[in-house]
Design a protein around this ligand. Structure first.
Ligand SMILES: [Zn+2]
Ligand SMILES: [Zn+2]
Length: 260
Protein backbone atom coordinates (compact mmCIF):
# COMPACT_ATOMS: atom_id res chain seq x y z
CA UNK A 1 0.00 0.00 0.00
CA UNK A 2 1.34 3.44 -0.96
CA UNK A 3 0.28 6.68 0.66
CA UNK A 4 0.63 10.10 -0.94
CA UNK A 5 0.05 13.44 0.75
CA UNK A 6 -0.29 16.38 -1.62
CA UNK A 7 1.62 19.13 0.20
CA UNK A 8 0.91 21.78 -2.41
CA UNK A 9 -1.01 21.70 -5.68
CA UNK A 10 -0.57 25.17 -7.17
CA UNK A 11 1.43 26.49 -10.10
CA UNK A 12 3.97 29.27 -9.73
CA UNK A 13 1.49 32.15 -9.87
CA UNK A 14 0.21 31.51 -6.33
CA UNK A 15 1.76 33.85 -3.76
CA UNK A 16 2.65 32.06 -0.54
CA UNK A 17 1.73 34.95 1.78
CA UNK A 18 -0.58 37.34 -0.10
CA UNK A 19 -2.91 34.58 -1.33
CA UNK A 20 -3.03 32.45 1.81
CA UNK A 21 -6.48 33.75 2.89
CA UNK A 22 -7.95 33.05 -0.56
CA UNK A 23 -10.51 30.22 -0.06
CA UNK A 24 -9.14 28.56 -3.21
CA UNK A 25 -5.52 28.89 -2.04
CA UNK A 26 -3.02 26.35 -3.29
CA UNK A 27 0.53 26.15 -2.00
CA UNK A 28 3.34 25.55 -4.48
CA UNK A 29 3.73 21.96 -5.60
CA UNK A 30 5.16 19.09 -3.61
CA UNK A 31 4.28 15.60 -2.46
CA UNK A 32 5.17 13.26 0.39
CA UNK A 33 5.12 9.54 -0.33
CA UNK A 34 4.93 6.95 2.47
CA UNK A 35 6.07 9.55 5.00
CA UNK A 36 9.70 9.53 3.88
CA UNK A 37 10.00 10.31 0.15
CA UNK A 38 9.51 13.90 -1.01
CA UNK A 39 8.83 15.01 -4.54
CA UNK A 40 10.50 18.42 -4.79
CA UNK A 41 11.56 20.55 -1.87
CA UNK A 42 10.20 24.05 -2.28
CA UNK A 43 8.17 26.62 -0.39
CA UNK A 44 4.86 24.75 -0.62
CA UNK A 45 6.08 21.92 1.60
CA UNK A 46 6.72 24.31 4.46
CA UNK A 47 3.57 26.38 3.93
CA UNK A 48 1.77 23.06 4.37
CA UNK A 49 3.72 22.22 7.51
CA UNK A 50 3.13 25.63 9.09
CA UNK A 51 -0.43 26.33 7.90
CA UNK A 52 -1.85 22.97 8.90
CA UNK A 53 0.12 22.60 12.15
CA UNK A 54 2.04 19.60 10.83
CA UNK A 55 5.26 20.30 12.69
CA UNK A 56 7.57 17.29 12.52
CA UNK A 57 5.98 15.83 9.39
CA UNK A 58 9.38 15.66 7.67
CA UNK A 59 11.32 14.01 10.50
CA UNK A 60 11.48 10.68 8.65
CA UNK A 61 12.31 12.04 5.20
CA UNK A 62 15.34 10.24 3.80
CA UNK A 63 14.84 10.76 0.05
CA UNK A 64 13.97 13.66 -2.22
CA UNK A 65 13.37 13.46 -5.97
CA UNK A 66 13.61 16.92 -7.53
CA UNK A 67 11.77 17.43 -10.81
CA UNK A 68 13.57 20.66 -11.77
CA UNK A 69 15.16 23.82 -10.42
CA UNK A 70 12.26 26.29 -10.77
CA UNK A 71 11.86 28.09 -7.47
CA UNK A 72 8.30 26.87 -6.93
CA UNK A 73 9.81 23.35 -6.64
CA UNK A 74 13.30 23.66 -5.27
CA UNK A 75 15.53 26.06 -3.34
CA UNK A 76 18.61 25.93 -1.19
CA UNK A 77 16.87 27.43 1.85
CA UNK A 78 14.11 24.81 1.70
CA UNK A 79 16.58 21.94 1.41
CA UNK A 80 18.44 23.35 4.41
CA UNK A 81 15.23 23.51 6.42
CA UNK A 82 14.40 19.93 5.45
CA UNK A 83 17.85 18.75 6.52
CA UNK A 84 17.40 20.49 9.87
CA UNK A 85 13.96 18.94 10.43
CA UNK A 86 14.73 15.40 9.28
CA UNK A 87 16.32 12.98 11.73
CA UNK A 88 17.58 10.85 8.83
CA UNK A 89 20.39 10.97 6.33
CA UNK A 90 18.85 12.32 3.14
CA UNK A 91 19.64 11.41 -0.45
CA UNK A 92 18.52 14.07 -2.91
CA UNK A 93 18.19 12.94 -6.52
CA UNK A 94 17.93 15.20 -9.52
CA UNK A 95 19.51 16.23 -12.78
CA UNK A 96 23.26 16.82 -12.63
CA UNK A 97 22.75 20.56 -13.25
CA UNK A 98 21.23 20.84 -9.76
CA UNK A 99 24.51 20.00 -8.05
CA UNK A 100 25.67 23.65 -8.00
CA UNK A 101 22.62 24.60 -5.90
CA UNK A 102 22.87 21.89 -3.24
CA UNK A 103 23.64 23.23 0.24
CA UNK A 104 26.33 21.78 2.49
CA UNK A 105 24.37 19.88 5.13
CA UNK A 106 25.97 17.05 7.06
CA UNK A 107 23.00 14.70 6.58
CA UNK A 108 22.59 15.40 2.83
CA UNK A 109 23.99 13.58 -0.19
CA UNK A 110 23.26 14.59 -3.78
CA UNK A 111 23.02 11.89 -6.46
CA UNK A 112 22.62 12.89 -10.11
CA UNK A 113 20.18 10.89 -12.22
CA UNK A 114 20.40 10.72 -16.00
CA UNK A 115 16.88 10.78 -17.45
CA UNK A 116 18.13 10.18 -20.99
CA UNK A 117 19.43 6.78 -19.76
CA UNK A 118 16.20 6.12 -17.79
CA UNK A 119 18.42 5.79 -14.75
CA UNK A 120 16.67 3.83 -12.01
CA UNK A 121 17.26 3.66 -8.25
CA UNK A 122 15.72 1.48 -5.55
CA UNK A 123 13.94 3.39 -2.83
CA UNK A 124 11.42 2.38 -0.16
CA UNK A 125 10.22 -0.69 -2.08
CA UNK A 126 9.96 1.14 -5.40
CA UNK A 127 12.16 1.17 -8.47
CA UNK A 128 12.20 4.84 -9.37
CA UNK A 129 13.09 5.85 -12.91
CA UNK A 130 13.98 9.37 -14.01
CA UNK A 131 12.39 10.29 -17.34
CA UNK A 132 12.61 13.41 -19.47
CA UNK A 133 9.82 15.98 -19.23
CA UNK A 134 8.95 18.66 -21.77
CA UNK A 135 9.75 21.70 -19.69
CA UNK A 136 12.57 24.24 -19.60
CA UNK A 137 14.58 26.23 -17.09
CA UNK A 138 17.26 28.88 -17.52
CA UNK A 139 19.91 26.68 -15.90
CA UNK A 140 22.36 25.71 -18.67
CA UNK A 141 22.17 22.03 -19.56
CA UNK A 142 19.38 21.13 -17.14
CA UNK A 143 17.13 18.23 -18.19
CA UNK A 144 13.84 18.45 -16.31
CA UNK A 145 12.45 15.19 -14.90
CA UNK A 146 9.31 13.16 -14.48
CA UNK A 147 9.53 10.12 -12.17
CA UNK A 148 8.05 6.65 -12.57
CA UNK A 149 7.59 4.66 -9.33
CA UNK A 150 7.29 0.96 -10.02
CA UNK A 151 5.85 -0.85 -7.01
CA UNK A 152 2.83 -2.94 -6.07
CA UNK A 153 0.98 -0.31 -8.10
CA UNK A 154 2.76 2.05 -10.48
CA UNK A 155 2.80 5.79 -9.91
CA UNK A 156 3.85 8.34 -12.52
CA UNK A 157 4.73 11.86 -11.40
CA UNK A 158 4.12 13.94 -14.52
CA UNK A 159 4.85 17.56 -13.57
CA UNK A 160 6.02 20.09 -14.68
CA UNK A 161 5.72 19.53 -18.40
CA UNK A 162 3.54 19.71 -21.47
CA UNK A 163 2.52 16.55 -23.33
CA UNK A 164 5.14 13.79 -23.08
CA UNK A 165 8.51 13.52 -24.75
CA UNK A 166 8.52 10.62 -27.25
CA UNK A 167 11.27 8.83 -25.33
CA UNK A 168 9.13 8.95 -22.15
CA UNK A 169 6.06 7.77 -24.05
CA UNK A 170 8.04 4.77 -25.33
CA UNK A 171 8.96 3.89 -21.75
CA UNK A 172 5.35 4.17 -20.59
CA UNK A 173 4.10 1.89 -23.34
CA UNK A 174 6.11 -0.86 -21.62
CA UNK A 175 5.34 0.35 -18.10
CA UNK A 176 1.65 0.97 -17.43
CA UNK A 177 0.35 3.48 -14.91
CA UNK A 178 -2.08 2.97 -12.03
CA UNK A 179 -1.88 6.52 -10.69
CA UNK A 180 -0.85 9.44 -12.89
CA UNK A 181 -0.28 12.79 -11.18
CA UNK A 182 -0.40 15.17 -14.10
CA UNK A 183 0.50 18.79 -14.74
CA UNK A 184 -2.78 20.69 -15.18
CA UNK A 185 -1.46 24.23 -15.01
CA UNK A 186 -3.79 25.53 -17.70
CA UNK A 187 -7.53 25.00 -17.43
CA UNK A 188 -10.37 24.39 -19.80
CA UNK A 189 -10.57 27.69 -21.68
CA UNK A 190 -6.96 28.64 -22.14
CA UNK A 191 -6.11 27.17 -25.52
CA UNK A 192 -4.11 30.25 -26.43
CA UNK A 193 -2.05 30.59 -23.25
CA UNK A 194 1.73 30.85 -23.63
CA UNK A 195 2.17 28.13 -20.98
CA UNK A 196 0.67 25.48 -23.29
CA UNK A 197 4.19 24.67 -24.54
CA UNK A 198 5.61 23.92 -21.09
CA UNK A 199 2.45 22.83 -19.21
CA UNK A 200 -0.78 21.00 -20.02
CA UNK A 201 -4.28 22.36 -20.45
CA UNK A 202 -7.36 20.18 -19.97
CA UNK A 203 -7.88 19.60 -23.68
CA UNK A 204 -4.36 18.23 -23.98
CA UNK A 205 -4.98 16.00 -20.97
CA UNK A 206 -8.23 14.69 -22.54
CA UNK A 207 -6.39 13.80 -25.71
CA UNK A 208 -3.54 12.13 -23.85
CA UNK A 209 -5.89 10.22 -21.52
CA UNK A 210 -7.81 8.73 -24.45
CA UNK A 211 -4.48 7.72 -25.99
CA UNK A 212 -3.25 6.17 -22.73
CA UNK A 213 -6.42 4.07 -22.50
CA UNK A 214 -6.32 3.04 -26.16
CA UNK A 215 -2.70 1.91 -25.80
CA UNK A 216 -3.17 0.11 -22.46
CA UNK A 217 -0.87 2.52 -20.64
CA UNK A 218 -3.82 3.26 -18.37
CA UNK A 219 -7.09 1.41 -17.77
CA UNK A 220 -10.49 2.67 -16.68
CA UNK A 221 -9.43 1.69 -13.13
CA UNK A 222 -6.35 3.93 -13.24
CA UNK A 223 -6.50 7.31 -11.55
CA UNK A 224 -5.61 10.56 -13.29
CA UNK A 225 -5.02 13.31 -10.75
CA UNK A 226 -4.74 16.95 -11.78
CA UNK A 227 -2.19 19.07 -9.93
CA UNK A 228 -0.04 22.20 -10.34
CA UNK A 229 -3.09 24.35 -11.12
CA UNK A 230 -2.53 28.01 -11.97
CA UNK A 231 -4.42 30.60 -9.95
CA UNK A 232 -5.36 32.61 -13.03
CA UNK A 233 -6.26 29.74 -15.38
CA UNK A 234 -8.90 27.80 -13.41
CA UNK A 235 -12.25 28.76 -11.88
CA UNK A 236 -12.97 28.17 -8.16
CA UNK A 237 -11.86 24.86 -6.65
CA UNK A 238 -15.50 23.73 -6.49
CA UNK A 239 -16.01 24.38 -10.22
CA UNK A 240 -12.64 22.90 -11.13
CA UNK A 241 -13.53 19.74 -9.21
CA UNK A 242 -16.80 19.45 -11.16
CA UNK A 243 -14.96 19.92 -14.46
CA UNK A 244 -12.38 17.27 -13.48
CA UNK A 245 -14.93 14.76 -12.18
CA UNK A 246 -17.10 15.12 -15.30
CA UNK A 247 -14.12 13.86 -17.28
CA UNK A 248 -13.36 11.02 -14.85
CA UNK A 249 -10.32 12.77 -13.32
CA UNK A 250 -9.59 13.75 -9.75
CA UNK A 251 -8.54 17.23 -8.71
CA UNK A 252 -5.76 17.34 -6.15
CA UNK A 253 -6.00 19.82 -3.29
CA UNK A 254 -3.56 20.78 -0.57
CA UNK A 255 -3.51 18.15 2.17
CA UNK A 256 -5.27 15.53 0.02
CA UNK A 257 -4.27 12.02 1.02
CA UNK A 258 -4.42 9.09 -1.33
CA UNK A 259 -3.81 5.41 -0.67
CA UNK A 260 -3.41 2.85 -3.39
ZN1 LIG B 1 6.04 24.54 -11.30
ZN1 LIG C 1 8.56 24.57 -13.76
Amino acid sequence: MSKIVFLGTGAADWHMTQDIENPDFRALSGMLIDGHIMIDCGPGAFVYEDKYGKSGIYRNVDTVFVTHSHDDHFGKAYVERLCAESEKNITLYGDKALEQFIPQCKNLTFVALDASAHQTVECGGYSVTALKSNHATRVPGEQTHHYYFKGEKNLFIGYDGAWLIADTWEFLQKNPIDVYVIDATCGEDFRLDFRNFSHNNLHMIDFMYETFIANNVMTKDSKLILTHLAKTLHPSNADTKLIANKRGYEMAYDGMELEF
